[in-house]
Design a protein around this ligand. Structure first.
Ligand code: ACO
Length: 709
């Protein structure tokens, strides 16, 4: 394989050729040339069409080989069956990038042709965008190589879209909303170039301040995670992903897998990367409109200034929902706002200027909040009233917005009312000033800004690894493989837990009655007995389990009963012995699982455990590795956290031990390539200092070729 071309030449090409440049104005090949020329592309444009001649003032070459120049980007818009030969010609010309507009490849099952295209391109050091795309727009190159709208407002928002139609519609929407674009790239089938390649360029692009990604699926999840982590530490990334339904849930043999809808893992991971996930297009556009210009807040205190109590309370609710913290220093609030608030108003946050407030009252209060260094952001709410000097609404918002931008303090407006207010909203939007008719939308924008700002400040944590004797684990796995199994029997899993330092109840396997009695006395009463047989999966169903055995005579009776039950119900089962283990006292039951996800690599699940896990579905996920803070956040996201804190006068449970088990499982899945899934359910957790015990452990191995199920 030849070295890959630098992605810079896709977005900043010096020369562009269009294969399929048509003379018919209603064809895509014409539209593309027209768009490229009309945007004022500074480089050279070479239309290619066998008929030759001239198109829109440019000489048309009949073949790419005739172009007397090096070509950075070739846009291909000819029928699918003719694309591969055209790419062969591009290879001879040492083209760098191919944007294949043409449809009719993997999206309609024509996978082989698409594979050949990529293979050919890679062999010749070329890279492919698409196929099945509407093209690419790059503001810094003044390049509109799309068959979408001609006039695209340049700006600082970059959009990557997997959907073509949605992408073209987004161009229209951004123009309407006065959102300027730095780039718009349609990735289509993502046969070669995908969102990760583009993020790697956009994170460094000085013209791009914020990135929006519309996704339907991810092929290389681990690379995507790295690209997102890197980008979100520098710029806000707003992501919309369709397909939240459970249909695509990852197939898995363990609870950890089946607990996770495809979207649950995706959602947890992208949030962990610091990505702002928008529920829908409306929300995404609100956020990008606001984030494209908002300065970062210097602290967590927000003031709400309103002329109506109701709207103020709604904003307070929204602040809680979107994790925006209200400034609550009563003295500071009084000092800042008392001059501008009538006696019957409110100086608590929300600050209520009352229904008689005029534009000048807003200006004064907003300016006072701007000057107070303890207030780090402001939400301003306006309800239309007959008392307000309407003609001053737009100028007041415009001026205060300018002042806040100059002082680098975030400000967001929500204005609500009739026709006059709607007119104000349109006129402000035309000027590129974000104002929202809905309070929740305004607050959600500020929430997104805070989420991004907190992510920027969050420090990465590195954990000192535990020392685990990996060679003993390898030996154990070797024996399991020799037995032609890809799962560990219960006593093997317990052995693995012991090697890995995961506390489990003391367990011994008895081969006869004398051993059963001896082991029970060694472990100490009460004990539990379970049949050991690889042929018996549901042990309780065949009478293979006896709990809470208090003495020698109960052990003797239970041993004989278990063997008799199993032999009569499942006579063919090969019985390897009877497991004797410590009977655990009740505690909080958790599930902790780690697995290698096919798309995202090692991931961890944490939640409420026990036999009803799949019904309760109280679980959180993360991609591994994670630090202690992130593990703690996983715990706090679940209802199990409340139980761990102790309810109804119970003592707090041993959270340190829980974190330790999480870390040890995480290390096992990362450091043991042959383990695909490891799950403890339940981990029974006791009071602080009394630790936790893994009652049941399931370990699955990767398939022998090294793949993950
Ligand atoms: N080199 C140069 N020019 C060529 C070649 C070649 N090898 N072969 C054909 N041409 C010329 C043709 O002569 C024609 O020019 P003319 O009109 O001057 O005669 C031009 O290229 C186009 O070829 P046509 O056969 O007329 O193809 P047409 O324009 O009808 O369709 C297209 C080509 C647009 C690529 C079509 O096959 C296609 O895939 N359409 C879908 C595109 C699409 O929707 N992409 C996804 C976008 S995202 C979304 O959903 C919005």
């Amino acid at each position: 394989m030849t070295e890959k071309a630098d992605i810079k030449y896709l977005l900043e090409p010096r020369t562009v050729a269009v294969i399929g440049a048509s003379h018919s104005p209603d064809k895509i090949g014409y539209k593309l040339v027209e768009n490229i020329i009309s945007t004022g592309f500074a480089g050279s444009v070479y239309p290619i069409n066998p008929q030759g001649g001239e198109l829109l003032g440019k000489k048309v070459y009949s073949r790419i080989s005739e172009v007397p120049d090096e070509i950075d980007l070739v846009c291909i818009c000819i029928p699918a069956k003719t694309v591969l030969p055209a790419i062969k010609e591009c290879a001879l010309k040492s083209v760098k990038f191919l944007a294949v507009i043409t449809s009719g490849f993997s999206e309609v099952g024509n996978i082989e042709e698409e594979r050949k295209m990529v293979e050919l391109a890679r062999e010749n050091g070329m890279r492919i965008l698409g196929p099945n795309i509407f093209g690419i727009f790059s503001a810094c190159a003044r390049l509109n190589a799309t068959f979408g709208p001609r006039d695209i407002l340049p700006g600082n928002v970059a959009i990557i879209t997997q959907s073509g139609a949605l992408g073209i519609a987004m161009i229209g929407k951004t123009a309407l909303e006065r959102i300027g674009l730095s780039a718009m790239v349609s990735v289509g089938n993502k046969a070669d170039i995908d969102e990760s390649d583009l993020l790697e360029y956009l994170v460094k692009d000085k013209n791009t301040r914020i990135i929006m990604v519309y996704l339907e699926g991810v092929k290389d999840g681990q690379r995507f995670i790295s690209a997102l982590k890197l980008t979100a530490k520098k710029k806000p990334v707003v992501l919309i992903k369709s397909g939240r339904s459970k249909r695509g849930a990852l197939a898995a043999a363990s609870h950890t897998g089946s607990l996770a809808g495809a979207d649950d893992i995706f959602d947890a991971i992208i949030r962990q990367c610091g990505v702002l996930r928008a529920e829908n297009l409306g929300c995404a556009f609100n956020w990008i409109r606001f984030l494209a210009q908002a300065p970062l807040p210097q602290g967590e205190n927000t003031a709400i200034i309103t002329n109506g109590g109701g709207i103020g309370v709604m904003a307070t609710d929204a602040c809680e929902k979107y994790k925006v913290n209200l400034y609550d220093d009563l003295e500071g609030l009084r000092e800042t706002f008392s001059k501008y608030t009538p006696a019957f108003g409110s100086l608590k946050n929300p600050v209520d200027l009352t229904g008689q407030a005029k534009a000048s009252d807003y200006s004064s209060a907003l300016n006072s909040a701007l000057k107070n260094p303890d207030i780090h952001s402001t939400i301003s709410l306006y309800c239309e009233t007959a008392m307000f000097d309407y003609e001053n609404l737009v100028p007041m918002i415009e001026q205060t917005q300018k002042d806040y931008l100059n002082q680098k303090k975030p400000l967001v407006f929500a204005v609500f009312g009739g026709a006059k207010t709607e007119q104000a909203i349109s006129s402000l939007r035309e000027k590129g000033i974000p104002v929202f008719p809905e309070v929740y939308d305004a607050v959600s924008c500020l929430g997104a800004l805070y989420a991004h700002s907190r992510h920027l400040r969050a420090e990465e944590e590195f954990l000192e690894p535990y020392s685990i004797e990996l060679n003993r684990i390898e030996q154990l796995i070797y024996e399991v493989r020799n037995d032609r199994r890809s799962f560990l029997l219960a006593h093997e899993a317990k052995k693995l837990a012991e090697i890995a330092g995961i506390p489990a109840p003391a367990t011994l396997v008895a081969r006869n009655l004398d051993q059963a009695i001896k082991f029970a006395e060694q472990i100490g009463y009460p004990v539990v007995m379970k049949i050991v047989s690889r042929d018996i999966i549901h042990k309780s169903d065949v009478g293979g389990v006896a709990l809470n055995l208090l003495n020698r005579s109960e052990v003797i009776d239970a041993y004989e009963a278990i063997l008799q039950n199993c032999r009569s119900i499942q006579p063919d089962a090969k019985i390897e012995g009877v497991e004797i283990s410590e009977m655990l006292q009740p505690g909080v039951e958790l599930i902790i699982g780690a697995r290698k996800d096919k798309i995202f690599g090692p991931v961890m699940a944490f939640g409420s455990g026990g036999k009803y896990v799949e019904v309760i579905k109280d679980v959180s996920f993360r991609a591994l590795p994670v630090g202690k803070k992130e593990m703690m956040a996983m715990i706090e996201e679940t209802r199990a956290y409340t139980l761990l804190l102790g309810v109804r006068g119970e003592e707090k449970k041993d959270l340190d031990k829980v974190l330790e088990v999480m870390q040890r499982l995480s290390e096992l899945i990362i450091r043991c390539p042959e383990i695909s899934d490891i799950e403890v359910n339940p981990l029974v957790v006791y009071e602080y200092g009394k630790g936790a015990k893994a009652l049941d452990i399931r370990v699955l191995l990767t398939n022998p070729e090294g793949g993950v199920k």
